[in-house]
Design a binder for this molecule. Structure first.
Ligand SMILES: [Zn+2]
Length: 265
């Protein structure tokens, strides 16, 4: 089995990242991952890339086998997982084209397989700070260098989909002060943490969800609009990832890998 140290999940509109790849199908005890994993060298580092919806975008958010995807990364030796995604903004100051480096999530999904620990070993990991504190500042630096307007922290509310929100739902999320809405962050982030891997989210804002209060010209989100804005920013996101990969320290200085040690009663 080939090895990698950094894993990247491509989201909507982001199906390929690496050149000169070696492709592998990774078998997991949880079934098949979304696609073959592509491995290649980037800035002298071994990187694994997996499009979370499959490269032909055949898997809606609620049908993704998140456990198989994360297990495959772990199997390849990955210790850091980067999860870029398309996302909606819930607050006026977070604009389409911006990048949010999330630091919290709220889960509003249901029925998804969201743990590796189903007994007989009982495990409760802390989710207080799910996003890696070492990777977040590095991502913000790299984002600034390639010209993204980047936000340091933000709460992403993860909804089940595949439909977008009603106005009432979106209003509720806005009133909570949450910044970002998405359909795939949960359980991706928490499964990475259960396996002791660092997780970083880069939420590329493509729209204002149902629109913007007082701005009737801002139309509710459509899938076409998500893809359009994502394509516009694709090159910049690739550039950001390349710079980020180069500056990730080889040794981990965070506690993400120790989550499991204190998790068992
Ligand atoms: Zn970490």
């Amino acid at each position: 089995m080939p090895q990698a140290e950094i894993g990247i999940f491509g989201g909507s509109g982001f199906y390929r990242f690496l050149e000169n790849v070696e492709e592998v199908w990774v078998e997991t005890p949880y079934g098949a991952p979304s696609d073959k994993v592509s491995l290649a060298e980037v800035e002298g580092r071994r990187v694994a890339f997996l499009p979370r919806h499959g490269r032909d975008h055949r898997l809606p958010p609620h049908r993704i086998n998140y456990r198989a995807n994360l297990w495959a990364m772990k199997e390849l030796g990955v210790t850091r997982v980067i999860g870029p995604c398309a996302a909606g903004s819930l607050q006026p100051h977070v604009r389409p084209g911006d990048l949010v480096v999330s630091d919290q999530f709220v889960n509003r999904t249901w029925g998804r397989e969201d743990t590796f620990y189903e007994g007989p070993i009982v495990t409760h990991i802390s989710a207080a700070d799910p996003y890696c504190p070492e990777l977040r500042p590095l991502a913000l630096e790299a984002a600034g260098q390639v010209g993204f307007r980047a936000h340091d922290g933000g709460t992403v509310v993860v909804v089940q989909g595949p439909r977008f929100s009603t106005r009432a739902e979106s209003k509720e999320f806005q009133a909570q002060g949450w910044e970002v809405i998405n359909m795939t962050q949960y359980p991706e982030v928490i499964l990475a943490r259960e396996l002791g891997m660092c997780y970083l989210n880069l939420a590329l804002i493509t729209d204002y969800d149902v629109g913007l209060e007082g701005h009737p010209e801002v139309r509710p989100v459509s899938h076409q609009e998500v893809m359009r804005v994502f394509q516009e920013n694709n090159d910049r996101l690739r550039e950001l990832l390349q710079r980020l990969v180069a500056r990730i320290p080889r040794e981990r200085g965070c506690a993400c890998g120790q989550a499991l040690e204190s998790a068992r009663p």
